[in-house]
Design a protein around this ligand. Structure first.
Ligand SMILES: [Zn+2]
Length: 495
C-alpha cells in the first residue's frame, strides 16, 4: 500500500462506487428467457423483453430473493413495500424505450460493508446508500465484421436481472476502492448471488471521484465530481481513479473551479491509453421522466421471506475470517489468504486442519503447497488431485519423524504427478523410517569423522552440531535432521 504517498498529497481523494452485478438466475427478470452467456445473438428473446405491444412483464421471484440476500449481507434495511418505475431514455439497445428500475422506493437502503487491509494499511467502513433491482439493456456491437462500418444489436442481455449497489463517498484512495470491490465481489460469490464474472459483464463498475483540498483559511475546497464509466476490471478502476485524481489536481491548480460551478461530468476510461476522456453530459434524473411501472404490482416482503433469506446466507467472508482465526489459531493474514480463495478452499482447509489436529501446519501446507500448485495448474480446488487426507498423512509422517518437511514436499509433488497414494510413493522413493540402531551407527560414524565438531560441542558450542546434518543426509537421505542432531548431542555428552 502506498500509505506514505497518499498522506503526502495536498488533497484527499473522495470516492463513491456504483456496482452493477448480474444475479445468478436461469431466466430474465420479467420473462422466462434464459440468461445463458454466449448464445448466438437474439436467440434468447421473447415479446416481453423485445418490448412488443401487448406483452406483459412478470417478476422473477428468485431474482428478488437473491437481491434481498445480498442486501441483508450488506447490512441494509429491507423495505416491506417496494415498487417498480420506468426510467425513460432512447437508446438503440433498449427496445421498450424505457428500463424497468426502482426510483424512490428501492427495496433496500442504509447498509455498510467494511474493508480491512490484513497488512494493516487501512480499515474502512463504507456506507451503502441503496441497493435496487433493474433490468439490463441489450448490447450494441460496432464494426464487428472486418471492413464494414455496421452497428448491430444483440438483445439476449435485455431484461437480465441486475442488482445496483451504490456506496457512500466513503473511500479515500484508489487502493481502498480496489480492495473494497474485491471484498464486495467475494461476498457476492460467497452468497451465491452472482458469479461476478467480469469478462462476461456480470459485474460492472462506475466510480464517482473528486478532491477535498484544505485552503489556507481553513475551508475545504471541493472539485467538481466526475463519474468514470466503462471500467471492466478492478485494476482499471484503480488506474482510472489514480489518473483522475491527478488530472483533477492539475485542473484545480489551473482553474480553481469548485463543485457546483459546473454540471457533473461523465468521463470514460480508455484502458490502452491509460486516460479518462469526456463523454456526453449525464442526464439529471428529471430527464428520465421516471414514473411508476403500471404493468407490475408492488412487491411486499414478509418476515418469513426475510428469515429464509438470512438462512440462505451462510457465513460471509468477514465472519469466516474471524472464525478461522479463533478456531484454528492462525493469523489474520493467513485467514485472509484462505478466505479470499473462496468457500470451497476454506472447506478443504478445515478438513485438513481437522485431520492434522491444528491449524498452523495445515495453513502453511495450504499456502506453500496446495495454493501455489493450484495457481500454477489452474482449475478449482474441487478438482485438485491431492486430497486433504493425503496432505494430512504427509504432515503426520513429518511430525512422527519419518521424514522431514523437504522430503514431505517431494512426496506431495509425486502424489500430485502420479496420482498414487502417499504410502506407495513413500515405498517407491525408497523412503523408509531409519531404525534407532541405524541412527546410532550412523551418528557414531559421523562423530568419529568430525573430531573438531565434537570438541566444539564439548566446549559449549551446541550449534556446531548443525555441521553434521548435511553429512548425515548424504549418507542416508531418509534420516530426520532433528533426530540426528539430538542423537549426536546425546552421544557426545556420554563420551
Ligand atoms: Zn424474454
Amino acid at each position: 500500500m502506498t500509505a506514505a504517498a497518499t498522506t503526502a498529497e495536498p488533497y484527499t481523494t473522495v470516492i463513491g462506487l456504483e456496482v452493477h452485478v448480474q444475479l445468478q438466475t436461469r431466466t430474465k427478470l420479467f420473462c422466462g428467457c434464459p440468461t445463458t452467456f454466449g448464445a448466438p445473438p437474439n436467440t434468447q428473446v421473447c415479446p416481453t423483453c423485445l418490448g412488443l405491444p401487448g406483452s406483459l412483464p412478470v417478476m422473477n421471484r428468485h431474482a428478488f430473493e437473491l437481491a434481498v440476500r445480498a442486501a441483508l449481507a450488506l447490512d441494509c434495511k429491507i423495505a416491506s413495500f417496494t415498487k417498480w418505475d420506468r426510467k425513460n431514455y432512447f437508446y438503440p439497445d433498449l427496445p421498450k424505450g424505457y428500463q424497468i428500475s426502482q426510483y424512490d422506493l428501492p427495496f433496500s437502503s442504509d447498509g455498510c460493508l467494511e474493508v480491512i487491509d490484513p497488512k494493516g494499511g487501512f480499515s474502512r467502513k463504507v456506507g451503502i446508500i441503496r441497493v435496487h433491482l433493474e433490468e439490463d439493456a441489450g448490447k450494441s456491437m460496432h464494426d464487428e465484421a472486418a471492413g464494414t462500418a455496421d452497428s448491430r444489436i444483440d438483445l439476449n442481455r435485455a431484461g437480465t436481472p441486475l442488482c445496483e449497489i451504490v456506496s457512500q463517498p466513503d473511500l479515500r484512495s484508489p487502493q481502498e476502492a480496489r480492495a473494497w470491490l474485491n471484498e464486495l465481489k467475494l461476498l457476492l460469490v460467497y452468497l451465491g448471488v452472482s458469479d461476478c464474472n467480469m469478462q462476461e459483464g456480470s459485474l460492472r463498475v462506475d466510480a464517482n471521484v473528486n478532491l477535498h483540498i484544505p485552503q489556507p483559511d481553513g475551508r475545504i475546497a471541493k472539485t467538481p465530481i466526475v463519474e468514470i464509466k466503462n471500467m471492466n476490471s478492478f485494476r482499471s478502476v484503480e488506474r482510472a481513479l489514480t489518473y483522475e485524481a491527478a488530472r483533477q489536481w492539475e485542473e484545480w491548480q489551473a482553474t480553481k473551479v469548485e463543485l457546483g460551478k459546473m454540471p457533473k461530468q461523465t468521463r470514460g476510461w480508455d484502458d490502452p491509453a491509460g486516460i479518462t476522456r469526456p463523454q456526453r453530459q449525464k442526464e439529471e434524473s428529471s430527464d428520465y421522466r421516471y414514473f411508476p411501472e403500471p404493468d407490475l404490482v408492488p412487491v411486499t416482503v414478509s418476515e418469513a421471506e426475510l428469515a429464509a433469506a438470512r438462512a440462505a446466507m451462510g457465513e460471509p467472508p468477514a465472519v469466516l475470517r474471524k472464525a478461522l482465526e479463533a478456531k484454528w489459531k492462525i493469523s489474520a493474514y493467513d485467514a485472509d489468504v484462505l478466505v479470499n480463495q473462496g468457500r470451497e478452499l476454506v472447506a478443504y482447509f478445515e478438513d485438513l486442519a481437522t485431520r492434522v489436529g491444528e491449524g498452523k501446519a495445515a495453513s502453511n501446507w495450504m499456502q506453500q503447497d496446495v495454493l501455489r500448485t493450484l495457481n500454477e495448474r489452474g482449475g478449482t480446488i474441487a478438482e485438485f488431485p491431492v486430497r486433504p487426507e493425503q496432505v494430512a498423512d504427509i504432515i503426520a509422517r513429518v511430525k512422527n519423524g519419518e521424514f522431514d518437511t523437504s522430503r514431505g514436499r517431494e512426496i506431495f509433488a509425486e502424489v500430485l504427478a502420479t496420482g498414487k497414494g502417499v504410502a506407495d510413493v513413500v515405498a517407491g522413493l525408497g523412503i523408509a523410517a531409519v531404525s534407532d540402531d541405524e541412527l546410532v551407527t550412523l551418528c557414531k560414524e559421523l562423530l568419529a569423522a568430525n573430531p573438531k565438531i565434537v570438541a566444539d560441542v564439548q566446549g559449549g558450542k551446541e550449534q556446531a552440531a548443525a555441521g553434521l546434518i548435511g553429512q548425515a543426509k548424504k549418507k542416508n537421505p531418509n534420516v530426520n535432521p532433528g533426530k540426528v542432531r539430538q542423537m549426536c548431542l546425546d552421544l557426545i555428552r556420554g563420551m
